[in-house]
Ligand binder design. Structure first.
Ligand code: SF4
Ligand code: SF4
Length: 387
């Protein structure tokens, strides 16, 4: 099989994982395994798995359940919160239905109040996240929240979380995160990369639901080898499309219109800094730390989400990614009513424009298709500027 065909075959495999995940979850539940629904990269998946439970991503990425959510929630709320809550209310997300409990964190106001409402539908364990990671007592506080989660999960599953089990899960998650970063590196090495942003998205999404991490890591290794073969065969030669780095709020299938518009207009989303993309993959948990819970607390608290103040880590991460992937321009996407990302967009954009002389386009939208043509015009004009 030539490299392009092999890549297509492997990508089809990734795209089929969410559906297969449901069958795996059913089997696990029949065997008495607990399923923990999560909404955010601050959720320490390693602890959930070390307790013998399975984490599954629940973030609402589609427009359909929003109308039902608006019967209870204000309409001027972030679509991600409304979509997530709408799925819970209508029972239309099979992953939510399969979850025994929900794990939430006090990230933004919309989410933390949503969890309060969600408690009427499903048990919720809420972790209290400090919002200034650099304060000396923030780490102690977050570490205590991780201990509280550990006790909750042990009670839920009846299984003790041993340091050995935790180290094993840390190793696995670190391996997957490193491979995601490596895939982006090899993919960006050719002028015309083998995998577009649109084709990378199902891989990043599948990672949130596929329970067999060892298998996921092997699929990533096979894909990296296929992309290396593609590059070595010169299949990625030719005119270089303008490279865009997408930052801001998370996206997914159903809320990927900005990514789609960039690539339909001839651009290439070479990487995403958001939490769907590299934000959650870039840093690893220290495998050699004496205390694995402490190492987990340190790594998760340092995640550069806009719910943190200040959020210097996002500036630092973007400054690392932009030269690495030879980015020509940045698109900063905020969902309507996501105050933290919307407010951060202005100083961040100014910083990238001034310090890196990089064009930045700030977009605020929601999950609906009503503004697609207006967005298309803006995206096309932006790409024209980059060419
Ligand atoms: S944007 Fe921040 S709060 Fe929202 S899901 Fe991502 S990491 Fe969590
Ligand atoms: S996109 Fe913004 S408002 Fe929406 S859930 Fe994430 S942080 Fe909260």
């Amino acid at each position: 099989m030539d490299a392009s065909k092999e890549i297509n075959h492997l990508l089809d495999g990734f795209a089929s994982l969410p559906e297969q995940s449901l069958a795996r979850l059913d089997e696990a539940k029949e065997a008495g395994v607990k399923v923990v629904g999560v909404y955010c990269i601050f959720a320490p998946l390693e602890i959930i798995r070390a307790a013998g439970a399975l984490p599954v991503g629940l973030c609402g990425k589609r427009q359909e359940p929003i109308a039902a959510a608006e019967a209870e929630l204000p309409s001027n709320l972030c679509p991600l919160v409304k979509s997530s809550y709408g799925y819970a209310l209508t029972g239309t997300c099979p992953f939510f239905m399969a979850s025994d409990v929900v794990l939430g964190e006090t990230t933004c106001d919309g989410k933390k109040k949503m969890y309060e409402a969600m408690e009427r539908i499903k048990p919720v364990h809420l972790m209290h996240l400090p919002h200034t990671a650099g304060l000396p007592h923030a780490l102690d506080y977050w570490r205590a929240e991780i201990e509280r989660l550990k006790a909750f999960l042990q009670e839920l599953t009846g299984q003790e979380i041993t340091p050995e089990a935790l180290r094993h899960e840390i190793d696995l998650q670190n391996r997957v995160r490193r491979l995601v970063v490596e895939l982006h590196r090899v993919n960006a090495a050719s002028p015309r990369p083998a995998i577009s942003g649109g084709r990378m998205l199902p891989i990043l999404e599948a990672k949130n639901s596929w329970p067999d991490l060892e298998d996921f890591a092997q699929r990533l290794e096979a894909l990296i080898a296929a992309v290396e073969a593609y590059n070595a065969a010169g299949l990625g030669a030719g005119p270089r499309p303008p490279r865009v780095l997408l930052t801001g709020t998370p996206i997914g299938k159903g809320s990927d219109k900005v990514l789609r518009l960039i690539e339909e207009a001839g651009g290439l989303v070479i990487a995403m800094e958001n939490c769907t993309g590299l934000k959650g993959a870039w840093t690893q948990v220290d495998q050699d730390a004496g205390d694995p819970l402490d190492a987990l607390a340190r790594r998760h608290l340092a995640l550069p989400c806009s719910c943190m103040t200040p959020n210097q880590g996002r500036y630092d991460l973007l400054e690392e990614l932009i030269p690495l992937y030879q980015v020509d321009g940045v698109v900063d996407l905020s969902w309507h009513a996501c105050h933290t990302y919307i407010i951060e967009a202005t100083p961040l954009g100014r910083h990238l424009e001034d310090k890196l002389s990089l064009p930045v386009m700030r977009l605020t939208t929601d999950y609906s298709e009503s503004d697609v043509e207006t967005l298309r015009t803006r995206v096309e004009a932006f790409l024209e500027m980059l060419s």
